[in-house]
Write a protein that binds this ligand. Sequence first.
Ligand code: BTN
Length: 255
Amino acid sequence: MVAAVRLLELGAVDSTNRYARDHFDELADGTLVTAESQTAGRGRRGRTWVSPPGVNFYGSLVVKSPGEAATLGYLAGLGALGALRELYPAGNFFIKWPNDVYSGACKIAGVLCESARLGGGRITGSVLGIGINVNLPPAALAALDQPATSLLALSGHEFDRKKVAATVAKSLFWYYSIYSRFPDRLFAEWRQANRLLGREIELEWNDGVRRRGVFADLAPDGALVFEAEGQRTLCRCGDVRIERNSIDWNRFSET
Ligand code: BTN
């Protein structure tokens, strides 16, 4: 178990995930590498993560213990969610499978977990990358490739990014401690935070095929249990697509 999550604050890097993986040997367990900007921010499924300077949070947590990829994903997703709920309690944030954080139909944070090797050897740890839209203005949000929001767009005021980083570090420390001692609790909390569970969704599978069906359940290994035409199938890599008008967002609140 780590004693704290400590920040390593960098200027411009290509990607905090790349930096944390390349310096994995010398970085202490529980280091949260943050950057002012990323010139090659990476998203899931080969996408890019738009990372302009001075407006958002970009960070990667160094985890030096072997762990299930799914559990580490919950750790990062819950860490981002916990920080956002603390920073802006009116935000009505939830997790959209696998580990995006949403407010209404718009994404505010994303997670990219990657394995890391010590001394170039066998897999010995992971890097948990988190990107949060903090002070990204509405015009820049509109230019993104999917419906997105930021703390600024939701609240109407700017947030102190140092406070955001400190809150993310605190939240990640909390969930890293739970992960080390009671990993089953992480799954229960993550399942609860997935508020689209039980709803009609469109699922985009890893090969790009889209199907409509019901988000029936979550398996402990992180798979989404998808039900269509009476058949249940497990999906381990893909995206849930939300149609803006398919949900009454005013009545979609914490349960
Ligand atoms: C996604 O939703 O597709 C995942 C986005 C993850 C972005 C973060 S920003 C910090 C870290 N460094 C990266 O290059 N990516 C992750």
